[in-house]
Write a protein that binds this ligand. Structure first.
Ligand SMILES: C[S@@+](CC[C@H](N)C(=O)[O-])C[C@H]1O[C@@H](n2cnc3c(N)ncnc32)[C@H](O)[C@@H]1O
Length: 409
């Protein structure tokens, strides 16, 4: 294993902050996303854009869209249905006719937003303490807009309703009381107030931006496939992919489901809290709702030691402060062993993998995530493994992001 190093600073262009708002990459700025610049750099360095790319933890579709824009064939998998929908919507080809129809329907939604009601009773999602998210007037306007979009969806092709839903998601979050100033979502301190910009204006402005970026060329639509990354062969072909670019969930207790709740409730991907916990329990590293109590009781169901010499000692040190956290870290890497073995089988010989990972720290115990991934790759049969630090993370002093790369011989 080689450790490449160069000066590390905070490189904002290597985070999702680099994914410009006026492009498709900036349609929804969600916490799980990584940087389009990073994906482009790796694609240019590996194979000049040929071959078949896979992103097994596709998230918001950054790898898929970058490949689509460059004309590279890409498959992406995830277990979250909302993110799969978003990836397909972001990386679809929109014809001039689709965009014209979208603009016409934008007017209809705009009118319902102004009225704040429809002829039917308004549905609002069962999001816990929804009154913390939006004031009453904004919530009524959003409900009216969603009702209109649902009617339009029965009359128009998916391309048009998808663009309306993306626009909705963006104004829904921008008109909310949510703050994304920290690593995970919280509510703004000054309480729930009506947004400063009238919601109809926000809608019109956002729709205009989405219409312009949807016209940007997509040369090769990706496939967004529902699949657990621990069992890739269930849906993917063996020895098929020449390049993998991905960022798996980090072992830092961040829950994607928690962050994505408002989107998932409004679009009908979640209907109650129990479902959210169950979905997060399926995610590697999930910790929301019942996933936390499940992890507190978790034990490996087969002997599968993590092939990193200090791993047992690290678990023991974490367990001295929290037994649950120690089990959490153990389960994370236990799942990753299964994933890496499954990944090896779908990779073509000579293919390269590139994992963007961050290290973690629990109770002063540093978890060298990049080195453990390197050990997992080696153990599965990958060779020529390198670890390249790419940036310092904003949170704690010792926390960095790395690219761990390897080749399947
Ligand atoms: C760090 S995010 C990926 C972000 C992505 N690079 C982007 O730019 O949006 C990790 C993703 O892994 C997904 N995930 C977690 N467990 C999974 C599993 N078992 N199989 C497939 N995907 C999983 C999560 O739903 C999340 O979308």
């Amino acid at each position: 294993m080689t450790l490449t190093s160069h000066p590390i600073r905070r490189h904002d262009h290597l985070t999702f902050n680099g994914n410009l708002r006026h492009t498709r990459h900036g349609w929804l700025r969600l916490t799980p996303a990584y940087s389009v610049n990073l994906v482009n750099d790796i694609l240019s360095s590996v194979n000049g854009g040929t071959g078949i790319v896979l992103d097994p933890f596709g998230g918001t579709g950054t790898t898929a869209l970058t490949c689509a824009e460059r004309g590279i064939q890409c498959d992406t998998t995830d277990i979250n249905p909302f993110l799969l929908w978003l990836t397909s919507a972001k990386a679809a080809v929109y014809t001039p006719c689709d965009i014209e129809r979208f603009k016409t329907e934008v007017e209809r939604v705009s009118e319902s937003l102004a009225a704040g009601h429809t002829d039917q009773p308004l549905w609002i999602p069962a999001l816990h303490q929804i009154e913390k998210w939006w004031d009453e007037t904004t919530l009524a306007s959003l409900a009216a807009a969603m009702a209109t979009i649902n009617v339009i969806a029965m009359q128009e092709p998916d391309s048009v309703s998808n663009l309306l839903r993306v626009t909705f998601c963006r104004i829904m979050i921008e008109s909310s009381n949510a703050s994304f100033a920290h690593q995970s979502m919280s509510f703004r301190k000054n309480g729930n107030q009506a947004p400063l910009i009238p919601i109809r204006y926000l809608w019109d402005e956002t729709a205009d931006l989405i219409a312009r970026s949807a016209a940007s060329p997509v040369l090769c639509e990706p496939r967004a496939i529902s699949c657990d990354a621990r069992d890739l062969l269930r849906v993917l072909s063996p020895q098929h992919y020449t390049c993998v670019i991905t960022s798996p969930p980090y072992p830092n207790r961040m829950s994607y489901i928690r962050e994505l709740r408002p989107y998932m409730y409004w679009l009908g991907y979640l209907t109650d809290a129990r479902q959210a916990g169950d979905m997060d329990w399926q995610a590697i590293g999930g910790t929301w709702g019942c996933a936390t109590s499940n992890v507190g009781k978790w034990t490996p169901d087969k002997p599968q030691p993590v092939p990193f010499p200090e791993f047992t000692l690290i678990l023991k040190k974490i367990a001295d402060s929290s037994d649950t956290l120690s089990r959490y870290v153990h389960k994370y890497f236990y799942d990753m062993i299964t994933h890496v073995d499954s990944l090896y089988r779908v990779m073509a010989h000579g293919g390269s993998v590139h994992y963007i990972v961050g290290n973690s720290k629990f109770y002063n115990v540093l978890l060298p995530v990049e080195q453990i991934f390197s050990a997992l790759f080696e153990n599965a049969g990958f060779r020529d493994i390198t670890i390249t630090p790419i940036r310092k993370r904003s949170s704690k002093r010792e926390l960095f992001e790395f690219v761990v790369s390897a080749i399947k011989p």
